[in-house]
Design a protein around this ligand. Structure first.
Ligand SMILES: Nc1ncnc2c1ncn2[C@@H]1O[C@H](COP(=O)(O)OP(=O)(O)OP(=O)(O)O)[C@@H](O)[C@H]1O
Ligand SMILES: [Mg+2]
Length: 305
């Protein structure tokens, strides 16, 4: 059974269609990442799944339950870190965990929870004095108090320095190793590449691409490109002597590699040209290149309407 099933989900705020018919499913134990620009509808989608907002149309199931009608039952089994997690100023992480444990009527060892999220050093620091990364880690610890099967993390690493971000990644990897299902939103595409089994890219309330990052890159990317630092004489030589697709810009000649032969022909021709060249490398569109293309194009279409 899937951990999360969403079909034709819709949610409008007045005239604004924040979620416009979204469908996807997340397998148990999978890390699934929702990506998309500001206002794409990620938080709205997640909050519907958490039972905090009610959809206008379509269906949502988390662990087989309808989040809106079975919220109480569901909240025992899911963990949530809302976007921009905040807490009261004065409790310390140790007290906060004890408080949550009491709310959920669970027996947890606060120090053990703090160790799991690598926060033991700040166990007795008031929340208001924790660093941004420590606050996020406390959010993670609190979301785990009830030993959840599904964890919703809405931008858990926004605003963190690279080291703190990596510490949060480590915690997310542990969640996956423990067999939990994780739904993650992020604006850091390398974070999704690093952690997610599959991603969905949302834009204007719709999913515009979904799959593993490799699938998305090969489906929506423009394939491999060879880039060589060279002057225009190489560009001219390649245009006149080969059938390669070439472009030149700012001292870099870019050759599109449609297949392996293109790569061999390109290397041979560069050598034969007798021109001065250097810094050869082969690149493939990254998730970020694809993301910008998909989300940028949609934006432009909208602008011309
Ligand atoms: N309660 C609300 N009332 C009116 N409009 C809302 C409400 N909540 C969200 N919206 C609008 O719905 C759209 C989607 O918002 P949402 O928070 O789901 O986006 P998001 O993808 O999470 O964006 P971000 O990356 O900035 O967090 C936005 O245009 C937002 O302004
Ligand atoms: Mg959001």
């Amino acid at each position: 059974m899937s951990a999360i099933e969403v079909a034709g989900l819709e949610k409008s705020y007045g005239q604004l269609r924040a979620v416009g018919g979204v469908s996807f499913s997340v397998r148990k134990g999978e890390v699934f990442s929702l990506l998309g620009p500001n206002g794409a509808g990620k938080t709205t989608t997640i909050e519907i799944l958490e039972g905090l907002r009610r959809q206008d149309g379509g269906t949502a199931r988390v662990l087989g339950l309808d989040p809106w009608h079975k919220g109480y039952e569901l909240h025992e089994r899911i963990g949530v870190i809302p976007q921009g997690f905040k807490f009261l100023d004065y409790p310390t992480p140790r007290e906060a965990i004890a408080y949550y444990a009491a709310l959920f009527n669970r027996r947890v060892e606060p120090d053990e929870m703090l160790r799991r999220v690598i926060l033991e050093d700040a166990a007795n620091v008031w929340f208001q004095n924790l660093s941004g990364g420590q606050k996020q880690k406390l959010g993670m610890a609190l979301s785990l108090v009830n030993d959840p099967e599904v964890v919703f993390l809405d931008e858990p690493t926004t605003g963190l320095d690279p080291q703190a971000r990596r510490a949060v990644w480590e915690v997310i990897r542990k969640l996956k190793n423990e067999g939990r299902t994780v739904m993650l939103t992020t604006h850091y595409l390398e974070e999704a590449e690093e952690l997610a089994d599959r991603v969905a890219i949302m834009n204007h309330g719709k999913i515009v691409a979904m799959g593993t990052t490799g699938e998305i890159e090969s489906k929506f990317g423009s394939g491999q490109k060879m880039m060589v630092k060279a002057k225009d004489d190489l560009l001219t030589y390649l245009r006149e002597n080969t059938k390669l697709q070439v472009e030149g810009e700012a001292g870099t000649v870019t050759i599109r590699l449609r297949d392996k032969d293109d790569a061999l022909v390109a290397l041979g021709a560069i050598e034969e040209s007798g021109t001065d060249w250097g810094d050869l490398n082969v690149k493939r569109d990254s998730l970020e290149d694809v993301f910008l293309r998909l989300v940028g194009e949609e934006g432009r279409e909208e602008g011309t309407e």
